[in-house]
Design a protein around this ligand. Structure first.
Ligand SMILES: [Zn+2]
Length: 221
């Protein structure tokens, strides 16, 4: 069987979606790209999460053709492979309809940088792309047109897509975007949210991306 390690990674990341309350029923999906072969492992279409296994993940090429798998690939496969084709730094993609982030998408609003956590993780507002019909690669094109340096984007009247250098990083962005969307929504019930000044956004992003979680030993280098 092809790409056993990546199958495990993509399977575990898919299972993390319901574990983090980011999806319901069969919605949502995660994929990962193998840099050596260029092949992509993605969730099968329309399968309940508790029926997923590493073995029933589907392997596709960058044109979306199934290379290995008995089930159909996710309905969002064309968008995923479009992003992989055009962003060589991206090796993991997630898609969810997580409630709070998708509420922003429903009204076509980006998530403003009104918290240090948003500056840390995204370095900018989480943008909202235009409404695009599901199924083709047009969603992938809209992701790349609008995402900028953020690892997450909302697609108007649809949901959330996240990208990362690894499957794990894309998954983290999916968890974090829902967490901050929830907090911003709560804040909006009690007052007006205010964007952080540009220099604070830049300073928080730089600190978090370069120093957070690094050991004292690596700082001393
Ligand atoms: Zn969707």
């Amino acid at each position: 069987m092809l790409l056993e390690e990546l199958r495990q990674q993509v399977y575990r990341a898919n299972m993390a979606l319901p574990a983090n309350n980011l999806v319901t029923w069969t919605s949502g999906n995660v994929s990962g790209r193998d840099q050596e072969t260029g092949l992509v492992v993605i969730k099968p279409s329309g399968v309940l999460f508790d029926q997923l296994t590493p073995e029933n993940m589907v392997v596709v090429d960058l044109d979306g053709n199934v290379v290995e798998g008995t089930l159909g690939a996710s309905t969002d496969t064309a968008s995923h492979v479009y992003v992989y084709k055009h962003r060589l730094d991206v090796n993991g993609i997630t898609h969810t309809h997580s409630n709070y982030a998708t509420a922003f998408a429903a009204v076509g609003k980006s998530i403003p940088v009104c918290l240090t956590a948003i500056a840390d993780e995204f370095g900018a507002a989480v943008p909202c792309g235009d409404y695009i019909r599901i199924g083709g690669e047009a969603i992938g094109a809209e992701i790349l047109r609008c995402i900028g340096t953020s690892p997450a984007i909302l697609m108007k009247q649809h949901g959330v897509f996240t990208i990362g250098a690894t499957v794990q990083k894309a998954l983290k962005a999916a968890v974090m975007v829902e967490d901050v969307a929830r907090t911003v929504w709560l804040a909006m019930q009690i007052g007006t949210v205010q964007e952080l000044p540009a220099e604070e956004i830049a300073a928080n992003f730089e600190r978090y991306q370069t120093r957070y979680g690094t050991s004292q030993a690596s700082l001393a280098k």
